[in-house]
Design a protein around this ligand. Structure first.
Ligand SMILES: Cc1cc2nc3c(=O)[nH]c(=O)nc-3n(C[C@H](O)[C@H](O)[C@H](O)COP(=O)(O)OP(=O)(O)OC[C@H]3O[C@@H](n4cnc5c(N)ncnc54)[C@H](O)[C@@H]3O)c2cc1C
Length: 546
């Protein structure tokens, strides 16, 4: 029977591993790639998507086109049973659990993020990992410009026009450069925004940015970004974040409605569920890319911790999480699986970086190629040429080239095809003293306190209204407020502030009413409150009739 090789993940590691396996085995093995989307994402181009210099569809390639002869399964990997050599996925519209058997398993699922050590960042930061993240960021930046153009409130305008990127690695630097370029090139369409009102900043905890590059290039990058009006704060981390502010570890409070976090790499939940021991948040493999102790299992790419020499212990002794390495690891894993199947000894992974490239926006870049440092326009040109050549599929390359050429000629599109509103159910983080809502504000949701405490202030029901006497109530974890919206109230009667730093769960009115209608325990809980006010919740009749 043909050997069955299942590759988890269709990114740089998985996609190139599958291609290399096909070359190694021809038709003699069944190769299957399982990926959450039916496309491959060229992550180095995501900042360009966010900055609007290329269309989202051009940073991706359909896996079915680029993986001819390989079975592609669009499904979500849930778990792996290493004893039975079976992967369980959820697939199809019904998300049915399906088991897939393997002889060899290649894990190339990439990494996720974890912001849990920085309160509020998970709730309020935008990410830069997926195509959707890049689209969302572009839409969000345009939304801030639209808002700043019309608002009458100076504080709101200042927050809307302050853009903060956290993390001075490749993705943070490229994102901040592209974002600034898009804003600069759009401002002439927003006459109410003076360029001096725009503040773009990059925050990095380390004493320098682009830690993987020679210092000379990082210094050039800082100089270029600062000349283009980007503030760079080194030695500065994030303490906490809300939807209006970012507090740094240096104690600065920045009013900003845009926080892009490119930090906090962490193992994906699916990788954690596998039960493999993790080191530095990644799956440790041996130099042959085998996962020790589990037969027929290999790992590569960002999710794997790959030693580059025996006795590796320092950070530099391990393969960095880059596309450049993932592509080389993919070739090695395919050769090693082929060797193993043929009864030969696999070989250790060995690769020395050929260099590093970063685009800084405004047609400038930095490059270290074969040990030579290049800056400015030539580096930017090398960056673009290199990634153009790497893009899978001639069609995608042509489309990206056309996009880039058009981008040089005119303004960037400001069309917001999709507006990413607030999700109907969301966590919001507030700092002590923050206003949650004021009496008179529009009723927008129902709130439950998860951690911390809030203080509600309302007219004292015992006193005459004209006396202006107020009462206050402290609401802690498990408590809730804002229920009046069930009554159809469109304006708030109370003022609520965060008494302590707190996390609350907010549910929009529509969802609240749906729950009240469909979930009897939920409805019963609120029924006394409603009866007190002479109002029946939807669905109450059915309940009475039971
Ligand atoms: C914004 C940005 C810019 C970058 N720029 C550069 C650069 O200039 N140069 C460079 O060398 N590197 C760069 N990188 C890093 C590079 O993209 C990664 O190192 C590379 O993508 C790692 O490949 P991978 O296969 O391990 O993971 P990925 O490419 O992330 O692929 C993982 C795949 O697994 C899929 N997946 C995850 N979980 C599941 C699941 N449960 N079920 C099904 N599928 C799942 C994902 O959808 C994805 O398709 C950049 C990264 C980012 C985010």
């Amino acid at each position: 029977m043909a050997t069955r090789i299942v590759v988890l993940g269709g990114g740089f590691g998985g996609m190139y591993a599958a291609r290399a396996l096909r070359r190694q085995f021809g038709r003699k093995a069944e190769i299957e790639v399982i990926n959450g989307q039916n496309y491959f994402v060229f992550q180095p181009l995501l900042p360009e998507v966010a900055g609007g210099s290329i269309m989202p569809a051009h940073a991706v390639s359909p896996l079915r086109f680029i993986l001819g002869g390989i079975f592609v399964r669009k499904a979500v990997v849930d778990s792996v049973d290493f004893d039975r050599k079976v992967v369980t996925v959820f697939q199809g519209i019904q998300r049915r659990p399906t088991e897939i058997a393997y002889d060899h398993l290649v894990i190339a699922l990439g990494q996720g993020t974890d912001f849990s050590r920085m309160p509020g960042l998970e709730e309020h930061a935008l990410k830069m990992k997926t195509l959707e993240d890049a689209r969302r960021l572009r839409g969000h930046v345009i939304e801030q410009l639209e808002h700043a153009q019309v608002t009458q409130l100076p504080d709101t305008k200042r927050g809307a026009l302050t853009f903060t990127v956290v993390g001075g690695g490749f993705s943070g630097v490229e994102t901040v450069g592209e974002m600034k370029e898009m804003i600069d090139r759009s401002l002439r369409f927003y006459p109410k925004i003076d360029p001096s009102e725009v503040r773009v900043q990059l925050i990095e905890f380390a004493p320098r940015i682009l830690g993987e590059m020679p210092k000379e290039l990082a210094d050039y990058a800082v100089g270029h970004l600062e000349r283009h009006g980007i503030d760079i704060k080194l030695g500065t981390g994030v303490k906490s974040a809300t939807h209006r502010q970012l507090v740094t570890t240096t104690g600065e409070v920045i009013d900003t409605r845009t926080i892009v976090a490119t930090i906090g790499n962490a193992p994906l939940p699916v990788v954690q569920r596998m039960g493999l021991p993790l080191d530095k948040g990644r799956i440790p493999v041996d130099r042959m890319l085998r996962v020790p102790g589990v037969e027929g299992v290999w790992a590569l790419g960002d999710c794997a911790l790959i030693p580059l020499k025996e006795g590796a212990s320092e950070r530099a002794d391990f393969a960095p999480p880059t596309a450049q390495f993932a592509v080389r690891e993919a070739k090695r894993v395919a050769q090693n699986i082929a060797a193993t199947v043929k009864g030969r000894a696999p070989k250790p992974f060995a690769y020395a970086s050929r260099g590093a490239l970063a685009s800084l926006g405004a047609k400038r870049g930095v490059a270290n190629v074969f040990g030579r440092n290049i800056t400015g326009f030539p580096a930017w040109f090398i960056w673009r040429s290199y990634y153009l050549a790497l893009l899978p599929g001639i069609g995608t390359r042509i489309r990206v080239m056309i996009n880039w050429s058009l981008d040089m000629l005119g303004a960037r599109s400001l069309v917001q095809l999709k507006f990413y509103g607030k999700p109907p159910l969301r966590y919001v983080y507030y700092r002590a003293g923050d206003r949650i809502y004021n009496a008179g504000d529009r009723s927008d949701g129902f709130y439950t306190v998860i951690t911390g405490a809030v203080e509600m202030e309302r007219p004292d029901p015992e006193s005459a209204p004209e006396s202006g006497a107020m009462t206050t109530r402290i609401i802690g974890p498990g408590g809730h407020f804002g229920e009046r919206l069930i009554l159809g109230a469109t304006r708030r009667r109370t003022t609520v502030r965060a008494k302590e730093d707190c996390k609350v769960l907010v549910m929009n009115r529509e969802e609240f009413m749906m729950l009240a209608e469909g979930f009897s325990a939920f409805r019963d809980y609120f029924q006394p409150y409603m009866e007190e006010r002479g109002v029946a919740l939807p669905g109450g009749d059915e309940k009475d009739g039971r």
